[in-house]
Ligand binder design. Structure first.
Ligand code: SAM
Length: 595
């Protein structure tokens, strides 16, 4: 295996080290920006106040909680049907520091081994800020990192290989003994693996001995090609255990480095106590469904011994361990590995029209539209929705409220002191008894869809052979349009005559527009918007990839930003309310958009 190659320095607005790696397996020389080459005086950032992972660290804790509360209130304030809902103060974390059971750090490769360091990426960039000590890490994590640094950086081969270091520990919640798993992540050619494993085994012996109070295991995560994601490759146990045995809420969990697990287990237990109070002692033994279940952290912790537990998650490895965790807790449980867009039919089959209770805990992007539709149709008696992203939580709750649920509470919890992250638990119940009785058979497995509009466009569900006299639309389009204009004909389309556009407002460089069209075809409209150089945001066919990416990332746009407000056909007028998520996105009152 070749050592990491030459370091080349260049000067531009900032100083960078252009680190060129000769990857003999690929047969090419690859160059990439790796790290800032900084003046000696600030090479090391020892205090947390400069660490990019903890932007609130300089604020008193009460002020941090206040800011998080404001963040949640702002997200819900954008939705008219929830804007007035009272949001209580954020539940503080049981510990302000030393709460994180996991470290994920980037290696800064340097020519001189004694200088090589670990750090974090700066927000929104690939520059690495060196971090020697992190107060947010649990002491067991810091112990491991402290012992690992010199061992890793004096082994030339491992130092060359390792791009990221991942350390996960039981952090005061061991099911048996305190333990940690270290994963070294990088790229390697097939024929270099044996040598790498031999070095890793030697490092493990020294590390385990140095951390004498802790049981330490070592894994490698082997990728075929460079990746900017931690744990992107194949996980391999070099020495020790494949998972940690963790205890949460009086249940034991097997947690591998590759599955999601909350980083603040004391805060997780506080949320579980609240969830438990809502679920109560369910004498009718309704099934408990755990969507986005991971290794079963919520469902396995909270299900009663004789309750049927159903869980789904996209990760097969997590589902395998969820099954294992439920079996060891002697629960009557079934899990399914499936993307949320495909889990509904399996769940509907298992539930077979029965009343049930739901816990849902999706990733930042929120629940898929298919999952919301499934929940809306099958109507669980209560929904406990835990989310790390208030904007997508508010968006999904707005959609669920349209299905006859009532919002009982929104409670923010601080899982990550010093950061700007906030976790929120929302509780919904079913609004009235009549809705419950319509649950049965309400969900029909989706056959081939019969749509008038393209997927992602909303509006009146018109029968396609009706002659349309006029239609009216609102859209959020890329860029700033003129205040009034006409959509040009799209090339290659026969199309109709003039289509008038009026700009209602600008939103962060984009425009909310209203269109009066003598047509119902969203496809033609979308093509015309593109020909006008202001494509509809979120349009997968005629949209602008970059603008779509930014809208998805910063405004959580998960659909096409095009809605048909009204259709006139055969003397009738068909209208459809603008969805709440649209109003929030466009920041306009409903009456303006629909007027
Ligand atoms: C915030 S984590 C919650 C996991 C678990 N409830 C816990 O607390 O440990 C979100 C989970 O959603 C899963 N996930 C992400 N995208 C998904 C998708 N498209 N379909 C189904 N599950 C998905 C991830 O694998 C992850 O386990």
């Amino acid at each position: 295996m070749a050592p990491r190659g030459v370091e080349v320095y260049c000067v531009c607005f900032a100083y960078y080290a252009l680190h060129s790696n000769h990857r003999h397996n690929a047969g090419v020389v690859k160059a990439e920006w790796l790290s800032p080459t900084q003046p000696e005086t600030h090479r090391l950032r020892r205090d947390m106040s400069k660490c990019p992972s903890c932007p609130l660290v300089d604020l008193p804790y009460a002020e941090q909680l206040h800011q998080k509360h404001q963040k949640v209130a702002r997200a819900f304030g954008a939705y008219p049907q929830m804007a007035g809902h009272e949001i209580p103060a954020v539940h503080p974390s049981p510990h302000e520091q030393g709460y994180r059971n996991r470290a994920r750090m980037v290696v800064l490769p340097k020519a001189d081994a004694s200088e090589a360091l670990l750090g974090f990426y700066e927000e929104g960039s690939r520059q690495v800020v060196p971090v020697e000590r992190c107060e947010a890490h649990h002491p067991t994590v810091e112990t491991v990192l402290g012992e690992l640094r010199p061992l890793l950086f004096t082994d030339g081969l491992l130092r060359w290989f390792t791009r990221f270091v991942d350390v996960r520990s039981t952090a005061g919640h061991p099911a048996a003994e305190e333990a940690a798993i270290v994963t070294l992540c990088g790229e390697v050619a097939e024929h270099d693996r044996d040598e790498l494993e031999a070095h890793a085994a030697t490092l493990h012996r020294a590390l385990d001995e140095a951390c004498d109070e802790l049981r330490v295991s070592l894994h490698l995560n082997l990728a075929d090609e460079p990746s900017q994601s931690v744990l992107a490759g194949e996980q391999q146990v070099v020495a020790g255990d494949a998972w940690l045995d963790v205890e949460v809420t009086n249940r034991e969990f097997r947690v591998p480095p590759t599955a999601f697990f909350q980083v603040n287990l004391d805060a997780l237990e506080a949320v579980h106590r609240r969830m438990d109070a809502v679920l109560g002692d369910d004498e009718s033994r309704r099934p408990l469904v755990d969507l986005y279940c991971g290794v079963g952290a919520h469902g396995v912790a909270l299900a009663e011994a004789d309750t049927e537990l159903l869980g789904t998650d996209i990760e097969q490895a997590a589902i395998d361990l969820a099954e294992d965790n439920a079996r060891r807790a002697e629960l009557h449980a079934e899990f399914r590995a499936a993307a949320d867009t495909h889990a509904a039919d399996w769940l509907a089959d298992r539930l077979d029209g029965r009343a049930y209770r739901l816990i849902t805990n999706p990733a930042r992007a929120g629940m898929s539209a298919q999952t919301v539709a499934f929940v809306g149709a099958t109507k669980p008696d209560c929904i406990l929705y835990l989310s790390c992203e208030p904007h997508t939580l508010a968006r999904d709750l707005d959609r669920l409220l349209d299905h006859g649920f009532r919002l009982e509470s929104i409670e923010p919890f601080d899982f990550m002191p010093q950061t700007d992250q906030v976790e929120t638990l929302a509780v919904l119940t079913l609004d009235d008894a009549s809705t419950k009785s319509s649950r049965e058979r309400a969900y029909q497995p989706q056959g081939p869809a019969q749509r008038t509009f393209s997927p992602g466009v909303s509006g009146p569900n018109m029968v396609s052979d009706t002659v349309i006299d006029a239609s009216s639309w609102v859209a959020l389009v890329a860029g700033e349009t003129p205040k009034h204009g006409f959509l040009p004909k799209a090339r290659g389309l026969d199309g109709q005559g003039r289509i008038e556009v009026e700009r209602l407002r600008k939103v962060e460089g984009n425009s909310v527009v209203r269109v009066k069209a003598p047509t119902l075809s969203d496809d033609e409209l979308r093509q015309r918007f593109r020909a006008w150089n202001h494509p509809v945001l979120g349009d997968p066919d005629y949209g602008d990839r970059n603008a779509n990416h930014l809208a998805a990332r910063h405004a959580y746009l998960d659909r096409m930003a095009l809605h048909c407000v009204e259709v006139r056909a055969g003397g009738e007028v068909y209208r459809a309310e603008v969805p709440g998520s649209f109003l929030a996105l466009m920041r306009l009152p409903r009456k303006v958009l629909e007027g």
